[in-house]
Design a protein around this ligand. Structure first.
Ligand code: SAM
Length: 229
């Protein structure tokens, strides 16, 4: 059975589906999508040999070799320009997702939709999107097996989209919804930051600006989780 997280991501693919799943590991996502939709076509990209072989195995077991191409390579280098209109990148840190997008941006010309699920540092991903003419059209926050995941759905736009610092940090849609999982996530973040701040205060060499920055972030989190926005 597919995880709730990957199922949510699949839901955001638009028909006709021709997509690349970068860092596909077992290729569970492309297989699920292609089994649900007989016209869907996918590329499963993997940098590492073990996951690459696992992806081939899942695709072969499901007899989807004609519609899912498993390719080995770094990030978007497995995709040819214009080959797909949607890309999913899930289950990695936000910095890595941002690097994959940045290094592969020449491949994004015809990519209308990006569905991204950073395990952390979602703000870094949002920032990259808004600097590269992608605007968020939806966000989700879900909890599965005690972990909280954010899913960002962005579409290519032909103007420079705008986003505030607060929206970059919390996510414009998530901030607006401010649901219980969002609250849980930011209480956890606040506690982590509080511990770090106390350590910084004890360490004599911490620059004052860093302490001020953390204090500001903690206050901002408290504002958002306390009053429901
Ligand atoms: N996307 C799947 C999911 O969300 O369940 C698998 C996530 S798994 C934790 C991350 C995968 O990304 C690993 O299989 C890893 O080998 C792959 N990966 C990491 N860096 C990559 C890169 N630069 N290009 C392609 N794949 C990468």
């Amino acid at each position: 059975m597919l995880s709730k997280r990957l199922e949510k991501i699949a839901k955001y693919l638009v028909k006709p589906i021709k997509f690349a799943d970068i860092g596909s590991d077992h290729a569970y996502l492309p297989c699920y999508v292609c089994l649900q939709d007989a016209t869907a076509i996918a590329i499963a990209g993997e940098i590492n040999q073990g996951p690459y072989l696992r992806a081939i195995e899942t695709v072969t077991t499901n007899q989807l070799e004609n519609r899912i191409h498993v390719r080995k390579g770094n990030g978007l280098e497995v995709v040819n320009e214009g080959e797909v209109s949607q890309i999913t990148i899930a289950g990695m840190g936000g910095k890595l997702i941002k690097n994959i997008l940045e290094e592969g941006k020449s491949k994004l010309t015809g990519v209308k939709r990006l569905i991204l699920q950073p395990n952390l540092d979602a703000d870094i991903v949002r920032k990259w999107l808004y600097q590269h003419r992608y605007a968020l059209i939806a966000e989700e926050i879900i909890e599965e097996d005690g972990y909280i995941y954010e899913i960002l759905v962005a579409e290519q736009v032909h103007f420079t989209p705008r986003i505030t610092e607060k929206e970059l940090m919390f996510g414009p849609f998530l901030l607006n919804e401010n649901n219980s999982i969002f609250q849980e996530k930011w209480w956890r973040e606040r506690d982590k930051k509080e511990i770090l701040l106390n350590e910084m205060r004890k360490a004599t060499h911490t620059p004052n600006e860093k302490i001020q920055q953390f204090t500001k972030e903690i206050r901002l989190i408290e504002e958002v989780v306390d009053d429901g926005n």
